[in-house]
Ligand binder design. Structure first.
Ligand code: FAD
Length: 281
């Protein structure tokens, strides 16, 4: 199917993009087009105007000089292939490499992925585990939103009308972090995936952050599992205990891809393995 007829404008500046988006209710931004174009072709969405933001300077790139700053227009491929980022925060390259295929990774952007808020998108759980901030700019100025507050539901975010994601900031990426994704084929959307970030002090867990997709209608912090890990010795027993707590704390959906019970069991396995992998780093 072809998309319906619509207007198109290539924004020359961030302010111009925001001005147009704020002034027309039927306007939407387009970045890599990897989620939006299929929806247009299916006529699942029918905006009147596409505001192309791909050419905007200052919205791309990866900077690891201080806090890690990744522009909204950085593609999954840019993140996967950035050697300094891989050295500083390996879990980000690991996550990027698990998204779709080379073609999608070459065009799809991290900002587009966050704004689209597919419940099975890979970036939200990783960025929740890394305690990242999402930076946005709109008609009322700029603000930073904690990743944990950004996704409000399936395909729903904290973005206000006219606001664009401009980038993400990870202030302190622990080396002890891992992202494990279970999919039926490499590059498919996850059935269940888990991100874990672990810090230890004197052999005891000083901080644990866990997030998952595939066990609710949105990415989920696994707070009860995190609580089980607080201050305990880093050990297989502790990981197994956290995995059981994680499994008990969720009510996964039951659908054509997997039963609720299967998702719960997968979650427990992935939590244990993700914690083991994080501790090993
Ligand atoms: C075959 C296929 C497989 C895929 N598999 C996976 C997968 O395994 N894991 C995964 O995580 N993703 C997957 N994706 C989705 C992919 O990651 C997309 O790149 C991503 O979801 C959207 O990024 P984009 O730049 O293409 O956004 P677009 O398609 O251009 O836009 C998506 C939405 O975000 C809005 N938007 C775009 N940029 C911004 C911005 N800066 N600020 C505010 N709003 C914005 C648009 O208006 C639109 O509503 C897959 C996609 C395809 C086609």
């Amino acid at each position: 199917m072809f998309p319906p007829e619509l207007d198109y404008v290539r924004a020359r500046s961030l302010d111009e993009a925001i001005g147009v988006l704020a002034s027309r209710e039927d306007a939407v931004p387009i970045a890599g087009g990897q989620s939006l174009v299929p929806l247009l072709k299916l006529r699942a969405v029918s905006p009147g105007l596409l505001v192309d933001i791909r050419g905007l300077k200052g919205l791309g790139g990866v900077d690891v000089g201080g806090p890690i700053r990744i522009g909204a227009l950085a593609t999954h491929g840019d993140i996967e292939g950035h050697a300094e980022l891989r050295a500083r925060c390996p879990v980000m390259a690991e996550a990027a490499s698990k998204i779709a295929d080379v073609q999608v990774r070459s065009f799809g952007t991290v900002g587009g992925s966050l704004a689209h808020a597919d419940p099975l998108a890979d970036w939200p759980p990783v960025l929740m585990a890394l305690d990242a901030e999402v930076h946005v700019h709109g008609p009322s100025g700029s603000r930073a939103i904690p990743m944990g507050d950004f996704v409000r539901g399936p395909y729903t975010t904290a973005l206000e009308r006219g606001e664009l994601v401009t980038g993400i900031v990870v202030r302190d990426c622990p080396r002890g972090a891992a992202y494990l994704k279970y999919a039926y084929r490499h590059g498919d959307f996850a059935v269940v995936a888990v991100a874990a970030a672990l810090r230890a002090d004197g052999g005891h867990v000083s901080e644990a952050r866990l997030a998952a997709i595939g066990v609710a209608d949105r990415p989920l912090r696994l707070g009860q599992a995190e609580a089980r890990l607080a201050g305990v010795p880093v050990s297989e027993d502790a990981f197994a205990d956290a995995a059981e707590a994680a499994a008990r704390s969720v009510s996964p959906p039951d659908d054509h891809r997997a039963s609720s019970g299967y998702r719960r069991a997968l979650l427990a396995t992935l939590v244990k393995r993700a914690l083991r992998a994080a501790a090993g780093r």
